[in-house]
Ligand binder design. Structure first.
Ligand code: B12
Length: 121
């Protein structure tokens, strides 16, 4: 009992690509891990399911930008595609995978997205 009180978490991670073939969707539930940055949880997920293997680039001050998951890389130039990171309400998290620390049953979705908005981000 008291797993929340002692700082242990369960978190569900999802990866999904609905926009270009081969479409895929996978999820992994991680139990009883200490609260930690999302990128560490992604490492645990990759250990459990190789579809979660990822690559990332480090940016000073912001941490890691997730470039590719399951062999699928965002190509901002020219496709305007990237892996967006969504919280349980399917809203974009306001920080990156090195800063965000999900816990308490949260579902975090890595959604392969094509920016359709014409305005500059
Ligand atoms: C353009 C942009 C993007 C574009 C980048 C495409 C490109 N190659 O140009 C896209 C749409 C891909 C993007 C994605 C995300 N972004 Co963004 N993005 C920006 C924005 C508006 C401008 C960055 C820029 O061009 N700077 C100018 C150049 C010259 O400097 P630069 O250091 O080389 O910029 C690079 C990095 O900023 C990097 N980058 C962009 N976003 C992010 C986010 C993170 C966490 C990291 C590590 C790097 C990174 O891409 C830039 C171009 O190569 C900034 C806001 C701002 N005004 O800074 C937010 C900003 C950097 N993004 C932010 C966030 C949160 C995200 C996402 C995590 C959103 C999400 N929930 O999905 C994702 C990243 C997910 C992932 N895969 O890891 C936050 C970071 C907050 C923080 N300190 O952690 C910012 C500050 C916006 C905010 N909320 O205030 N982003």
């Amino acid at each position: 009992m008291g797993s929340y009180l002692s700082g242990f978490c369960y978190v569900k991670l999802k990866i999904q690509n609905d926009i270009q073939p081969e479409h895929f969707e996978y999820s992994v539930t991680l139990w009883n891990l200490p609260k930690q940055p999302l990128i560490r949880l992604l490492e645990h997920a990759a250990d459990e399911d190789p579809h979660f293997k990822f690559t990332a680039t480090y940016f000073d001050g912001k941490g890691y930008f997730i470039d590719a998951i399951n062999g699928l890389a965002g190509e901002w130039d020219p496709d305007k595609t990237y892996w967006e990171i969504l919280d349980s309400d399917l809203k974009q998290i306001p920080v990156g995978a090195s800063s965000y620390k999900p816990c308490n049953g949260e579902v975090v979705t890595f959604n392969f997205k094509k920016e359709t908005d014409n305005k500059c981000p």
